[in-house]
Ligand binder design. Sequence first.
Ligand code: TYD
Length: 220
Amino acid sequence: MTTTSTPFSGTFISFEGIDGAGKSTHIGALAAAFKAQGRAVTLTREPGGTPLAETLRTLVLNDSMDPLTEALLMFAARRDHLSCVILPALARGDVVLCDRFTDATFAYQGGGRGFDEAVLSQLETMVQGTAGLGATQLIQPELTVWFDLAPEEAAKRLAGARVPDKFESQPVEFFRRVADGYARRLIGEPGRFARINGGQTPQAVWDDVHAVFVAKGWLA
Ligand code: TYD
């Protein structure tokens, strides 16, 4: 099993969606399904996934800062995560299941905050480009599963669930712009995305997610 975007033997998969879209349960179930088939799984998340990146996560999800600082911290965390966790795992042949990756930066910082997407593209090239990473082309997930849910529905699901972080406490209009940001990424690279209707029952969402992995030949 090879990835299209790295010279490594593992499989890199990311999961995206607005807060409350319900991706977490399904990521856990996919990890179990891969392990049941004998695959080694690295389950990780962004921002985070390394001690340094988790420290940056705490800062970026709680402190207020200007938009460029926020974008730089997201990409700094990503660089550490890529070089210390994701690429070594792909080199071992693991399935890497990553709860959010760069599409989240384009959706939240680009769409939600309105930060210049051309600058984000430059940072993406710098951080996921080949320099120092042993790759020959921009490192991207082989598949990105986007749990697409109406912002109003996501807000209902999140209401009262827990103390919201900096992003979760944003108004519905922010999440509408985030969802538009995800849609732009999908249009730019349709072959990488599987768009899942997150408004269904959890079982129906799982059935759709599972079908994508079966169609890829990754799960029986
Ligand atoms: P999330 O992935 O939803 O984790 P949890 O389930 O613990 O809430 O939270 C991460 C938050 O960070 C989410 O609101 C989206 C935001 N985020 C960005 O704004 N930009 C990024 O590049 C990434 C990776 C996440």
